[in-house]
Design a protein around this ligand. Structure first.
Ligand SMILES: [Zn+2]
Length: 140
């Protein structure tokens, strides 16, 4: 499994991602909601992979509710980098911002998506089928 690492700019948040395919075969999704556009986010996930987020100073991490207020965007409060989106369902689901990964330039071309058109229930079923289902956040 390809392992990719990355994190925020100041180093307070570190991420490790395991994918089942090479990053070249993965096309990050650019969401057209106002929040993601303002951040230039491009989302990567693998339902068979894993996402690990390690936080240095928990009080320096900001959560921000987005996506019908059911997803939590995880940002570094010091440097402002958007790291991940998380959703607590029966388990913790997540997606990582490709621009926070060191291998960002290895990914395929981005593909635009528009989940804002989905209902809350359609969103959560989409996340359950598309996002990492093996997610751990430590240090919060
Ligand atoms: Zn930071």
């Amino acid at each position: 499994m390809p392992e990719l690492t990355g994190g925020c700019h100041c180093g307070n948040i570190a991420v490790t991602v395991l994918l089942t395919a090479a990053p070249e075969a993965c096309r990050p999704r650019t969401c057209d909601c106002d929040f993601c556009r303002k951040h230039g986010a491009a989302w990567v996930s693998d339902p068979q992979g894993s996402l690990r987020i390690r936080i240095g100073v928990g009080t320096e991490v900001q959560g921000y509710r987005q996506g019908a207020a059911i997803a939590e965007m995880l940002l570094c409060r010091r440097c402002g980098v958007l790291i991940a989106a998380l959703w607590q369902g029966q388990r913790l689901y997540g997606v990582v911002n490709a621009t926070a990964l060191a291998a960002n330039d290895r990914f395929g071309a981005t593909v635009p998506v528009s989940p804002k058109q989905l209902s809350a229930q359609e969103k959560t079923s989409r996340w359950q089928s598309l996002w990492f289902a093996d997610v751990e956040v430590s240090g919060r």
